[in-house]
Design a protein around this ligand. Structure first.
Ligand code: ADP
Ligand code: MG
Length: 697
């Protein structure tokens, strides 16, 4: 069955093509204008748009509509209302008003708000985000919305992103004028999020309470074979995986997601899907949708898609490479070194703005990827380290060095002087790319690799946009007096030189996994926050608060609330994991161990009666008995620590306690359990082991 891809592509999306063909001409124009200028929609237009969307959605099989939003829980939320409305004679008609399209009032009191919205006093509301497309899925019309409190404070992940996109557009448009780009009226941040995931057999999954409740294995001895042979990366696709990927592509395409690349990843059972990049707001919605579709399609294949950052210890975890750039409304990619000297001057200045920004706000970039799940990945000898640094590649680095040291940059064919020659073209996607760098230039974009596989990408992109807005606005202020003047170029050079002198420390081209880098980074004074509890307190640092307020991204109360929610979520995550471990230990693992010791003891007794040596049984029984004792004690200790943690009232202190005491005990307990697993026969171990899980699809 080969489907015509271009025919099915976007078939469930109310995109511009559908709008144009279905809306009256003037309404369409009106609508596009309001969306581009960010104005509010007048009610007459909204009513017509709503009715048109409803007609279209019904044709696609929808009976309901839902305001789809992204609360601070980290997943998406939806509540469905049908289009039906009473008609005379006990009949019904299908109705949908502009008001219902534009605004929703979900009973949202159970969503985390970090104390912003007292459950008793205020409600939240959802507001249509017309910059993202509506779509139909499983019998409902999905309307992308933002989620706010009645007093206008953000309760979701999307609002700060949209605010940051506006800030970036304004500051970048002003900045570009300095370089003669007078016609650009809008600059949009773009994102292509490469999504990593694991697939395991549903039957195995169902037998593991840890996977079901926490998304990761809390116990499990390393299998004899891990990823050391590197024979999984880009390996040929096994039939079941290939079938899954084909199905996934089709579903994503129908939803207008440009799924482009699919391949096996480094760890066994690990895979990746990468879409073609788009604007940050649409890219964020599409990534949330893609994760959902990935999980649902897996079930159809009797598989389970694991999006957790570290489902299996001992093999690589999953991340989400956040490829980021900026595009102008006249089609320039601002991270593409151009063809003329002026374009290159502009490019190098933007690059230096990024170098300065990432150095000054490295803490924010770290925070943007902070979660209990991702803590297992960052700095764990696989994904990028927890230390933020930038990789630019040899050629670009040499160009910057030349600027910094007032020398010329030479290639084999060209001597380059800033402002006089065009930059030589750099190899894009060259194979010597540094995969250990958290923030790497890849020819025409930056790839931020710290983001966790299950994370919503709105936060990293919002923070990145805000940081760049700040740096561009500073540069604009400094360079404006020289705009159009003869000395403009030399002033730019002066600025770049001083920026590079001060911020070169953030550039690192070596091995980001090495211990030497940790030492070197320390010497350079770069922050190293190994865990969520280490970095989160810096969210509200004065310098950070300053830029958030300046660009209207977060008010102080919004930022405090967000910090609180993140830390609370952290504590809750570890609490659930610890309790799951305790339950699995007491209900499954300890009884199984004791049961086997009992079997051994019986064997020993029988053998003794007939005078046969039971040396091996004795040794095994003793060893397992000792380990079972340690396991039992550790389980009790963990319970004590969890209970103590729950009593800590201060939110940051509680998170710290979970990190220092509870996690530490969990690790001890796991080590004991994994040692037992290695000794026990598989016939007596009650849960599937690592080999069964990662090598059987
Ligand atoms: P690799 O695995 O080598 O990094 P992929 O092709 O898997 O490369 O992913 C690269 C991602 O970067 C894709 O999602 C691609 O669309 C995205 N990308 C390319 N150009 C840009 C850009 N200008 N802005 C944002 N993302 C981009
Ligand atoms: Mg990549």
């Amino acid at each position: 069955m080969t489907k015509n891809v271009t025919e099915i592509f976007s078939e469930n999306v109310f995109n511009e093509k559908v709008m144009k063909s279905r809306l009256p001409k003037n309404v369409y124009k009106n609508f596009i204008n309001t969306v581009t200028n960010g104005d509010t929609l007048d009610m007459t237009t909204a009513d017509i748009v709503a009715n048109t969307i409803k007609e279209w959605a019904i044709e696609k099989g929808a009976t309901h509509y839902t305001h789809w939003f992204q609360p601070l829980t980290g997943s998406t939320a939806e509540k469905h209302d049908s289009f039906i409305s009473p008609a005379p004679n006990g009949m019904a008609i299908m109705e949908f008003s502009g008001k219902a399209l534009v605004k929703g009032e979900p009973d949202a009191s159970s969503f985390p708000s970090g104390g912003l919205r007292q459950t008793s006093s205020a409600r939240g509301y959802t507001a249509w985000d017309p910059t993202s497309y509506c779509f139909v899925k499983e019998g409902s019309l999905y309307i992308p919305t933002v989620f706010l409190s009645y007093t206008g404070e953000t309760l979701d992940k999307k609002t700060p992103l949209l605010r940051s996109m506006d800030a970036l557009s304004k500051t970048a448009v002003e900045f570009l004028k300095l370089f003669g780009n007078e016609k650009v009226t809008r600059v949009t941040s773009t994102v292509g999020a490469e999504q990593e995931y694991f697939l395991i057999d549903k039957e195995m999954y169902d037998k593991r309470e840890d996977l079901i409740l926490t998304g990761r294995t809390l116990f499990g001895a390393k299998p004899p074979k891990g990823q050391e042979l590197d024979d999984q990366y880009f390996a040929n696709l096994r039939p079941r995986i290939a079938a899954y990927m084909a199905d996934l592509d089709e579903e994503l395409w129908k939803l207008g997601i440009y799924s482009k690349t699919k391949h096996n990843e480094v760890a066994p059972a690990q895979h990746e899907m990468a879409p073609i990049f788009t604007t940050s707001n649409l890219g964020t919605d599409q990534n949330e949708l893609a994760m959902e579709v990935m999980e649902k399609v897996a079930l159809k294949h009797n598989l389970v898609c694991l999006l957790h950052e570290k489902p299996f210890e001992g093999v690589n975890g999953s991340g989400k490479h956040n490829n980021w750039s900026m595009a102008t409304n006249d089609g320039q990619n601002l991270l593409d070194p151009g063809d003329t000297p002026m374009e290159n001057l502009q490019f190098l200045t933007i690059l230096c703005a990024l170098i300065k920004g990432i150095d000054e706000y490295a803490d924010l970039m770290r925070i943007s990827a902070a979660s209990a799940g991702n803590d297992h990945r960052l700095g764990a000898d696989e994904a990028p380290p927890a230390i933020v640094s930038m990789f630019l590649g040899e050629e670009l680095d040499a160009v910057l060095k030349a600027i910094e040291e007032d020398t010329v940059f030479k290639t084999e064919t060209q001597t380059f002087e800033i402002g006089i020659n065009a930059l030589p073209s750099f190899p894009k996607d060259s194979t010597d790319r540094n995969r250990t760098s958290p923030f790497a230039f890849t020819g025409n974009r930056f790839e931020f690799r710290m983001v966790g596989s299950s994370d919503n990408i709105a936060c990293p992109n919002a923070l990145l946009n805000t940081i760049v807005s700040e740096e561009l606005s500073q540069f604009t202020e400094m360079l404006s007096p020289f705009k159009g003047k003869e000395n403009f170029e030399s002033e730019v050079k002066k600025l770049l030189k001083s920026v590079l002198k001060e911020h070169r420390r953030i550039i690192f081209n070596g091995d980001g996994y090495s211990l030497e880098w940790v030492q070197e980074a320390k010497r350079r004074g770069l922050p190293n926050y190994p865990s969520t509890v280490d970095c989160m307190p810096h969210y509200t640092d004065e310098k950070n608060m300053y830029i958030f307020k300046k660009f209207g991204i977060y008010s102080e109360s919004e930022l405090n609330a967000r910090t609180e929610v993140l830390l609370e979520t952290y504590s809750k995550t570890i609490r659930i994991e610890a309790r799951t471990m305790i339950e699995m230990a007491r209900k499954q693992l300890i009884p199984a161990t004791l049961e086997y010791v009992h079997r051994l003891s019986e064997a020993i007794a029988v053998k003794n009666q007939i005078n046969i040596s039971s040396c091996t049984e004795q040794k095994m029984a003793e060893r397992l008995s000792d380990l079972a004792d340690a396991f039992y004690d550790s389980t009790n200790n963990l319970e004590v620590q969890v209970n103590k943690a729950c009593e800590v009232k201060n939110i940051p202190e509680q998170a710290r306690f979970f990190h220092d005491k509870v996690l530490a005990e969990m690790e001890r307990m796991r080590t004991t359990a994994d040692t037992i697993e290695r000794i026990m026969p598989s016939s007596h171990w009650p849960i599937p082991d690592y080999s069964q899980m990662i090598y059987n699809v």
